[in-house]
Write a protein that binds this ligand. Structure first.
Ligand code: CA
Length: 232
């Protein structure tokens, strides 16, 4: 059973969301302010977080999202925003939230979004090291320390390169278009030249000293795909 944290200060919204999600078979813990929610997140990482952007107290939803990503967490996050909070919504997505719903939202839609995100995030433990091998080479990605190793050699990547690599590695065998990768890195509001992704991939390959097709494959007309065998 997937465990979900809900951080929402509005009593009515919190109660019906909690009841509906439990009915749908999820385990839910509900926190009414950012501080309590944050403390709980430091103790235990759930499978998904539903995060209201406007919270009482000092810790806003956007801050929580920013801190999670800064720690290297890939916890799937759905933001809840009020109608008209477009600026915050854009900010939240740029800070690494995966999806959003505008209040009042449909609970059935929320469940559909949750299921889609859980499918995408897979069952890979998010804070544990990701280790893949391919043709005798071992690639290790440490989300917590934000470090990458090729065999025993530590590889210095920029934070953007790191995010591209870990995103691909967390979703192996799934091709992503340049546009999808850009949106993941910079948020859906980003309007840039999607060939910039090619430059990031080129740098990652060079720094990791990869031969063509090792770990990161170019799919013509599709984008990029990660390939490797999870190491024991
Ligand atoms: Ca609120």
């Amino acid at each position: 059973m997937a465990e979900i944290f809900l951080i929402e200060d509005e009593d009515k919204v919190g109660k019906i969301t909690l009841a509906f999600l439990e009915e749908a078979g999820f385990g839910v813990r509900w926190f009414k302010n950012g501080e309590e929610g944050w403390d709980a997140l430091q103790q235990q990482e759930p499978d998904l977080l539903i995060l209201d952007l406007r919270l009482p107290g000092k810790l806003q939803g956007t801050e929580i999202c920013r801190e999670l990503r800064r720690q290297g967490s890939a916890l799937p996050v759905i933001m809840l925003t009020a109608y008209g909070e477009e600026q915050e919504r854009v900010q939240g997505l740029e800070l690494g939230a995966d999806d959003y719903l505008v209040k009042p939202f449909s609970l059935r839609e929320l469940v559909a979004r949750i299921k889609a995100l859980l499918r995408r995030s897979g069952s890979m433990p998010r804070k544990q090291k990701i280790v893949f091998s391919e043709k005798g080479k071992t690639l290790t990605i440490d989300p917590e320390q934000q470090e990458v190793f090729m065999d025993d050699r530590r590889v210095e990547l920029t934070s953007t390169e790191f995010r591209v690599l870990i995103f691909l590695a967390r979703n192996p065998d799934h091709p992503f278009s340049r546009e999808e990768l850009l949106h993941h890195i910079h948020g859906p509001a980003y309007e840039g030249f999607d060939r910039v992704i090619d430059a990031h991939i080129k740098n990652i390959r060079k720094k990791l000293n990869l031969e063509s097709g090792e770990f990161i494959q170019t799919r013509y007309g599709q984008g990029y795909k990660f390939r490797g065998r999870p190491a024991e």
